[in-house]
Design a protein around this ligand. Sequence first.
Ligand code: HDL
Ligand code: ZN
Length: 414
Amino acid sequence: MQITKVDQLRDVVQRQVRDVEITDVHTHLYAENFGDLLLWGVDELLTYHYLIAEFFRYSDMEYEAFFQLTKKEQADRIWQALFVERSPVSEAQRGVLTVFKELGLDVSSRDLNAYREYVGSFSTAEYIDRVLEVSRVKEVVMTNDPFDDQERQIWETAGNKDSRFKGVLRVDPLLNSYPEACGTLQAWGYEVTPDLDTHSVREIRRFLTEWAQRMDALYLAVSLPPTFVVPEHSMRSRIVEECVLPVCRELNIPFAMMIGVKKRVNYKLELAGDSVGKADIRVLEYLCSTYPDNKFLVTMLARENQHELAVTARKFRNLFVFGCWWFLNNPSIIEETTRVRLELLGLSFAPQHSDARVLDQLVYKWNHSRSIIADVLTEKYTDLFQTGWRPTEAEIRRDVEALFGGNFWTFLRK
Ligand code: HDL
Ligand code: ZN
């Protein structure tokens, strides 16, 4: 039934966004049977690489000395520096407290050991259920790397045992360091050569096909530097055009490009040492126009790329934009980016993914994003209301379900 009062809109939108069950289209989480590849618990939460970077804003400790500490010792130092000695106002800092709050813990106590004891009382399976319930995430799309020895062995034996977790074939080593990957592929029985001859192209296609099928991969993914260019005279460009895109077409799965990562600008920070650079949007114009039968799932890391990415998506229906990735996953930029996308793309995108590395993070990353996206959506429905348009709650539910997963699944099934 139609909403007839403008002040009803906020309640309806907030309710629908609060309650929608989410498909999280990009995470670094794993089903329970992947063992300790799945990170969870208070000490993993506190030693998230975002918080390590923020810890070193204040600490003169030698990087190597920090990384030689146990997880608990690292977590204690991060808690002391970022929560005790200063107020935890950053997004990643606040996120830790949101997790404790949403789990029903007393955040005002600041009793880290009590939080550890509570979370530690769960088994892995129980905690997965608890976190998925609290965060209202119904499907978790993983990042699966066959070049990781521990993970490859799981795929070659048990595989993925939890249908709530979806596979993705991630191929950074193949695309970003082919000379090394070439030797690894040879060891696995793929007849590839460093000069990427015709037989090698066929063998790389076989590798991609076999692993995408083994993982039942929803898409094939890679993270790319700001300097990423196709076409160019490089192994990466050739493998994209001669191997990746033909396999994605044949399997009808998207090629997911996550563009703009400057790896290890401070290598001593390890995972926390990556940074950001503006990429060249012409690459997407070339790929989307040259390969109309391929589907491209894209997120870009630089704030400066967001407007042109949305404009490019207006030009190509085989381009699907998702998420406010990494350094963009902050309230100020989520708000700005979601507003630009709604204004340029309507409802034809996925406003967010969590990128969660630690299971508990689903709770805060989605709690924070739901709130911001709901506010922007309320503003947009209010603008419609001012024209005389009267949406119904069912229509708002339909739109919200599309944004938080439906659009992604529709794009995959195209
Ligand atoms: O390459 C990626 O998928 C990035 O998300 C990196 O994993 C990065 O370290 C990260 O966790 N960003 O949130
Ligand atoms: Zn990621």
